[in-house]
Design a protein around this ligand. Structure first.
Ligand SMILES: CCC(=O)SCCNC(=O)CCNC(=O)[C@H](O)C(C)(C)COP(=O)(O)OP(=O)(O)OC[C@H]1O[C@@H](n2cnc3c(N)ncnc32)[C@H](O)[C@@H]1OP(=O)(O)O
Length: 312
């Protein structure tokens, strides 16, 4: 019973206010409304969100194919709004992030980069994107980046904000920042180190090396190599009839079994894993206890007991 009482305000929610908090706020000199207005002066492309209510999966498309899905300023704002929308989707379980026209994303739109050349403007954009990608990472959804074609610069950073990366043959993740006289600024370096370890991260960053599927798999940067099979009679929305649609279907097939079942259970799995990744051990244990307390004896747990579930 004590567990149930303490679960009334789960520690995980207090310590990981995942749904609403980024990293930077006014105390750090960051004023979101101000940079938002500035970014909206660089329009083009869109971030499209399609929620599949029945399966609880949202498909998010980075859509600026004329510029290899580079991020314009308005797309940065769109991504922020998409994440905010997904934070307010209690039935949501999964997120599939991909690029239009079978390529992932070529990073910042270089036209916007040139226009925002002062270091102050660059820092504001950096903090805006760090906040958005941190909130994306902390969504209570199991998230997957489907990498087709190239994920370059900020595009490579974006993949690291997802829980999993799936790659197709010929695709690559490449932190090209060094060639632009930069380092990652959207949180990509910090997340890359956590994914592949310090040495591999430093090698990928300092050499601006492209990681294809095999290397990415070996490093633990990618989680699976998809071998999409085209099907002319697909019913997947947004299916272009080519490999893009096939890759999307293959990625959904990978994700669906991982988000099967009751939303509260899937979301709880994400919460405890995230607590383990982000918090010191004792806090993570307390957070895990609190999340556990919300599920023990709850409907999904009772249904499983009633059916006498076996796990062969
Ligand atoms: C956070 C910091 C960062 O993101 S720094 C990294 C910024 N990104 C880059 O430097 C990528 C630059 N682009 C490239 O290397 C190539 O365009 C890549 C993506 C490899 C594609 O090559 P390729 O298949 O030959 O196509 P292409 O060069 O003809 O490009 C097609 C059109 O797309 C455009 N494009 C591409 N990337 C960007 C970008 N990041 N910003 C703005 N526009 C971009 C190209 O300029 C080209 O446009 P156009 O057809 O010439 O009008």
């Amino acid at each position: 019973m004590a567990l149930r009482l303490s679960a009334a305000v789960p520690l995980a929610m207090r310590r990981l206010p995942a749904a609403v908090r980024g990293v930077h706020d006014a105390a750090h000199g960051f004023h979101e409304a101000e940079i938002r207005d500035q970014l909206l002066r660089f329009p083009g492309g869109s971030i499209d969100v399609r929620k599949e209510e029945e399966g609880g999966i949202a498909v998010v498309t980075v859509n600026n194919p004329g510029r290899m899905n580079a991020f314009t300023g308005s797309m940065m704002v769109d991504l922020h709004d998409a994440v905010q929308q997904l934070e307010r989707w209690p039935e949501g379980k999964g997120l599939l992030l991909h690029g239009a026209n079978s390529t992932f994303c070529s990073g910042s739109d270089l036209n916007a980069v040139r226009a925002l050349e002062s270091s102050q403007d660059g820092l504001k954009m950096c903090m805006y994107m760090q906040n958005t990608l941190t909130r994306l990472m902390r969504l209570p959804l199991i998230s997957v980046a489907l990498v087709e074609g190239k994920a370059l610069g900020g595009g490579a950073e974006l993949t690291t904000a997802c829980d999993f990366r799936l790659m197709v043959p010929g695709s690559q993740i490449r932190f090209v920042h060094r060639h632009m006289g930069l380092v990652p600024g959207w949180g990509g370096a910090a997340r890359l180190v956590r994914l592949v370890g310090y040495r591999h991260a430093l090698r990928l960053l300092s050499g601006a090396e492209a990681a294809g599927p095999q290397e990415a798999l070996a490093l633990g940067l990618a989680d699976a190599l998809l071998e999409p099979v085209s099907s002319p009679s697909s019913s997947t929305p947004d299916d272009d009839g080519g490999d893009g649609g096939a890759a999307l279907r293959a990625a959904l097939s990978w994700l669906e079994p991982r988000v099967a079942g009751a939303p509260e259970v899937v979301r709880a799995a994400k919460k405890v894993a995230l607590s383990g990744a982000e918090l010191p051990l004792e806090e993570a244990l307390r957070a895990e206890r609190d999340v556990f307390g919300t599920l023990w004896g709850a409907p999904a747990n009772r249904r499983a007991l009633a059916r006498g579930a076996k796990h062969k």
